[in-house]
Design a protein around this ligand. Structure first.
Ligand code: IMP
Length: 202
Protein backbone atom coordinates (compact mmCIF):
# COMPACT_ATOMS: atom_id res chain seq x y z
CA UNK A 1 0.00 0.00 0.00
CA UNK A 2 1.28 3.51 -0.82
CA UNK A 3 1.45 6.07 1.97
CA UNK A 4 0.30 8.85 -0.28
CA UNK A 5 -3.08 10.33 -1.18
CA UNK A 6 -3.75 12.81 -3.96
CA UNK A 7 -6.59 15.29 -3.49
CA UNK A 8 -7.96 16.19 -6.92
CA UNK A 9 -8.16 19.95 -6.48
CA UNK A 10 -6.12 22.99 -7.44
CA UNK A 11 -7.77 25.06 -4.69
CA UNK A 12 -5.12 25.82 -2.02
CA UNK A 13 -7.76 26.84 0.53
CA UNK A 14 -9.33 23.39 0.29
CA UNK A 15 -5.90 21.69 0.52
CA UNK A 16 -5.18 23.51 3.79
CA UNK A 17 -8.50 22.41 5.27
CA UNK A 18 -8.03 18.84 4.06
CA UNK A 19 -4.49 18.58 5.46
CA UNK A 20 -5.71 19.86 8.85
CA UNK A 21 -8.56 17.38 9.07
CA UNK A 22 -6.70 14.33 7.71
CA UNK A 23 -3.39 15.06 9.50
CA UNK A 24 -3.65 12.21 12.01
CA UNK A 25 -3.97 9.56 9.28
CA UNK A 26 -0.18 9.92 8.91
CA UNK A 27 -0.28 9.99 5.11
CA UNK A 28 1.30 12.40 2.69
CA UNK A 29 -1.48 14.40 1.02
CA UNK A 30 -0.59 15.95 -2.32
CA UNK A 31 -2.45 18.43 -4.50
CA UNK A 32 -2.72 17.80 -8.24
CA UNK A 33 0.13 20.25 -8.77
CA UNK A 34 2.36 18.57 -6.19
CA UNK A 35 1.68 15.22 -7.83
CA UNK A 36 2.65 16.74 -11.20
CA UNK A 37 -0.82 16.06 -12.61
CA UNK A 38 -3.00 18.18 -14.85
CA UNK A 39 -6.41 17.16 -16.15
CA UNK A 40 -9.47 18.86 -17.55
CA UNK A 41 -12.31 16.74 -16.24
CA UNK A 42 -15.84 17.06 -17.58
CA UNK A 43 -18.11 17.07 -14.52
CA UNK A 44 -21.22 15.74 -16.21
CA UNK A 45 -22.71 13.79 -13.32
CA UNK A 46 -26.31 14.39 -12.19
CA UNK A 47 -25.42 14.66 -8.48
CA UNK A 48 -22.62 15.97 -6.25
CA UNK A 49 -21.71 12.38 -5.47
CA UNK A 50 -21.46 11.36 -9.14
CA UNK A 51 -19.24 14.35 -9.92
CA UNK A 52 -16.93 13.58 -6.99
CA UNK A 53 -16.68 9.95 -8.16
CA UNK A 54 -15.93 11.00 -11.76
CA UNK A 55 -13.10 13.28 -10.59
CA UNK A 56 -11.60 10.77 -8.13
CA UNK A 57 -11.75 7.80 -10.54
CA UNK A 58 -10.32 9.76 -13.48
CA UNK A 59 -7.30 10.94 -11.49
CA UNK A 60 -6.90 7.53 -9.83
CA UNK A 61 -6.53 5.92 -13.27
CA UNK A 62 -4.06 8.60 -14.36
CA UNK A 63 -1.87 8.38 -11.25
CA UNK A 64 -2.30 4.84 -9.90
CA UNK A 65 -2.49 6.34 -6.38
CA UNK A 66 -5.34 6.64 -3.86
CA UNK A 67 -7.27 9.75 -4.96
CA UNK A 68 -9.81 11.89 -3.11
CA UNK A 69 -12.09 14.42 -4.83
CA UNK A 70 -14.96 16.60 -3.67
CA UNK A 71 -17.91 18.36 -5.22
CA UNK A 72 -19.94 20.95 -3.36
CA UNK A 73 -22.52 23.65 -3.78
CA UNK A 74 -25.49 25.62 -2.49
CA UNK A 75 -29.08 24.35 -2.59
CA UNK A 76 -31.82 26.98 -2.16
CA UNK A 77 -35.22 25.48 -1.31
CA UNK A 78 -37.25 28.35 -2.78
CA UNK A 79 -35.36 27.92 -6.09
CA UNK A 80 -36.08 24.17 -6.23
CA UNK A 81 -32.54 23.29 -5.08
CA UNK A 82 -30.74 25.64 -7.52
CA UNK A 83 -27.95 26.44 -8.09
CA UNK A 84 -27.03 22.96 -6.76
CA UNK A 85 -24.44 21.12 -8.87
CA UNK A 86 -24.24 24.23 -11.06
CA UNK A 87 -23.13 26.48 -8.17
CA UNK A 88 -19.76 27.39 -9.70
CA UNK A 89 -21.26 27.89 -13.17
CA UNK A 90 -24.42 29.72 -12.00
CA UNK A 91 -24.94 32.89 -14.13
CA UNK A 92 -21.58 32.15 -15.79
CA UNK A 93 -18.26 31.05 -14.29
CA UNK A 94 -16.80 34.57 -14.69
CA UNK A 95 -19.69 36.42 -13.06
CA UNK A 96 -18.67 37.84 -9.67
CA UNK A 97 -20.20 36.45 -6.49
CA UNK A 98 -21.31 39.97 -5.62
CA UNK A 99 -23.63 39.77 -8.65
CA UNK A 100 -24.64 36.12 -8.12
CA UNK A 101 -25.39 36.70 -4.44
CA UNK A 102 -27.43 39.83 -5.15
CA UNK A 103 -29.40 37.95 -7.84
CA UNK A 104 -30.30 35.18 -5.39
CA UNK A 105 -31.41 37.70 -2.74
CA UNK A 106 -33.47 39.53 -5.40
CA UNK A 107 -35.22 36.29 -6.36
CA UNK A 108 -36.15 35.81 -2.71
CA UNK A 109 -37.24 39.43 -2.12
CA UNK A 110 -40.44 39.38 -0.03
CA UNK A 111 -40.10 35.68 0.79
CA UNK A 112 -40.64 35.02 4.50
CA UNK A 113 -37.96 33.57 6.79
CA UNK A 114 -39.55 30.12 6.98
CA UNK A 115 -39.26 29.75 3.18
CA UNK A 116 -35.66 30.95 2.90
CA UNK A 117 -34.10 27.58 3.79
CA UNK A 118 -30.83 26.62 2.07
CA UNK A 119 -27.90 24.27 2.61
CA UNK A 120 -24.32 23.88 1.59
CA UNK A 121 -23.63 20.28 0.62
CA UNK A 122 -20.43 18.40 -0.09
CA UNK A 123 -19.75 14.92 -1.45
CA UNK A 124 -16.29 13.38 -1.21
CA UNK A 125 -15.16 10.30 -3.13
CA UNK A 126 -12.06 8.17 -2.58
CA UNK A 127 -10.92 5.98 -5.48
CA UNK A 128 -8.49 3.12 -4.75
CA UNK A 129 -6.10 1.18 -6.98
CA UNK A 130 -8.24 -1.97 -6.41
CA UNK A 131 -11.17 -0.24 -8.16
CA UNK A 132 -13.20 0.43 -5.01
CA UNK A 133 -14.75 3.92 -4.65
CA UNK A 134 -15.94 5.12 -1.23
CA UNK A 135 -18.14 8.19 -0.73
CA UNK A 136 -19.05 10.48 2.18
CA UNK A 137 -21.50 13.37 2.46
CA UNK A 138 -21.86 16.46 4.63
CA UNK A 139 -24.38 19.32 4.78
CA UNK A 140 -24.95 22.49 6.78
CA UNK A 141 -28.42 24.03 7.03
CA UNK A 142 -29.07 27.76 6.92
CA UNK A 143 -31.10 30.49 5.25
CA UNK A 144 -30.56 32.99 2.44
CA UNK A 145 -29.97 36.32 4.19
CA UNK A 146 -31.67 39.59 3.24
CA UNK A 147 -28.35 41.40 2.94
CA UNK A 148 -24.80 40.33 2.26
CA UNK A 149 -22.49 40.27 5.33
CA UNK A 150 -18.91 39.27 6.17
CA UNK A 151 -15.54 39.22 4.44
CA UNK A 152 -14.43 35.64 5.20
CA UNK A 153 -14.94 32.45 3.25
CA UNK A 154 -15.71 32.61 -0.46
CA UNK A 155 -18.52 32.17 -2.99
CA UNK A 156 -21.99 32.24 -1.45
CA UNK A 157 -20.79 32.62 2.16
CA UNK A 158 -21.87 36.29 2.56
CA UNK A 159 -25.55 35.37 1.97
CA UNK A 160 -25.58 32.05 3.86
CA UNK A 161 -27.12 32.90 7.21
CA UNK A 162 -26.98 30.67 10.29
CA UNK A 163 -30.10 31.68 12.30
CA UNK A 164 -28.90 30.04 15.54
CA UNK A 165 -25.69 32.15 15.48
CA UNK A 166 -27.12 35.30 13.91
CA UNK A 167 -24.20 35.36 11.44
CA UNK A 168 -23.41 34.42 7.86
CA UNK A 169 -20.67 31.85 7.18
CA UNK A 170 -18.58 34.75 5.80
CA UNK A 171 -18.56 36.17 9.36
CA UNK A 172 -17.01 33.02 10.89
CA UNK A 173 -13.27 32.44 11.41
CA UNK A 174 -11.78 29.69 9.19
CA UNK A 175 -11.62 27.38 12.24
CA UNK A 176 -15.26 28.04 13.15
CA UNK A 177 -16.33 27.42 9.56
CA UNK A 178 -14.37 24.14 9.33
CA UNK A 179 -16.06 22.91 12.46
CA UNK A 180 -19.59 23.27 11.10
CA UNK A 181 -19.09 23.22 7.34
CA UNK A 182 -20.42 20.71 4.81
CA UNK A 183 -16.82 20.01 3.68
CA UNK A 184 -15.57 19.57 7.26
CA UNK A 185 -18.37 17.11 8.00
CA UNK A 186 -17.86 15.13 4.78
CA UNK A 187 -14.08 15.02 5.33
CA UNK A 188 -14.41 13.77 8.89
CA UNK A 189 -16.84 11.07 7.73
CA UNK A 190 -14.43 10.11 4.92
CA UNK A 191 -11.52 9.97 7.37
CA UNK A 192 -13.22 7.17 9.29
CA UNK A 193 -13.90 5.22 6.08
CA UNK A 194 -10.28 5.72 4.95
CA UNK A 195 -8.94 4.55 8.29
CA UNK A 196 -10.91 1.33 7.96
CA UNK A 197 -10.02 0.73 4.30
CA UNK A 198 -6.32 1.47 4.85
CA UNK A 199 -6.35 -0.90 7.84
CA UNK A 200 -7.92 -3.63 5.65
CA UNK A 201 -5.30 -2.98 2.96
CA UNK A 202 -2.56 -3.51 5.58
P1 IMP B 1 -16.52 23.04 -6.14
O1 IMP B 1 -16.89 21.94 -5.22
O2 IMP B 1 -15.13 23.55 -5.89
O3 IMP B 1 -16.83 22.75 -7.56
O4 IMP B 1 -17.42 24.29 -5.70
C1 IMP B 1 -18.69 24.49 -6.17
C2 IMP B 1 -19.20 25.88 -5.87
O5 IMP B 1 -20.09 25.80 -4.77
C3 IMP B 1 -18.20 26.94 -5.49
O6 IMP B 1 -17.63 27.54 -6.61
C4 IMP B 1 -19.09 27.90 -4.73
O7 IMP B 1 -19.86 28.65 -5.62
C5 IMP B 1 -20.03 26.97 -4.01
N1 IMP B 1 -19.54 26.61 -2.68
C6 IMP B 1 -19.10 25.39 -2.27
N2 IMP B 1 -18.72 25.42 -0.98
C7 IMP B 1 -18.90 26.69 -0.57
C8 IMP B 1 -18.65 27.34 0.68
O8 IMP B 1 -18.16 26.78 1.65
N3 IMP B 1 -18.97 28.65 0.71
C9 IMP B 1 -19.49 29.33 -0.35
N4 IMP B 1 -19.72 28.78 -1.52
C10 IMP B 1 -19.43 27.46 -1.65
Amino acid sequence: MGNKIIFATSNEGKMKEIRMILADLGLEIQSMKEAGLCADIVEDGATFEENACIKASTIQKLSGEIVLADDSGLEVDYLGGAPGIYSARYMGEDTSYEIKNQAIMDKLAGVKDTERGARFVCAIAAAFPDGEVLTAYGAVEGQISRKSAGEGGFGYDPIFYLPERGLTTAELSPEEKNEISHRGKALRAMKEKLRKKLGDMG
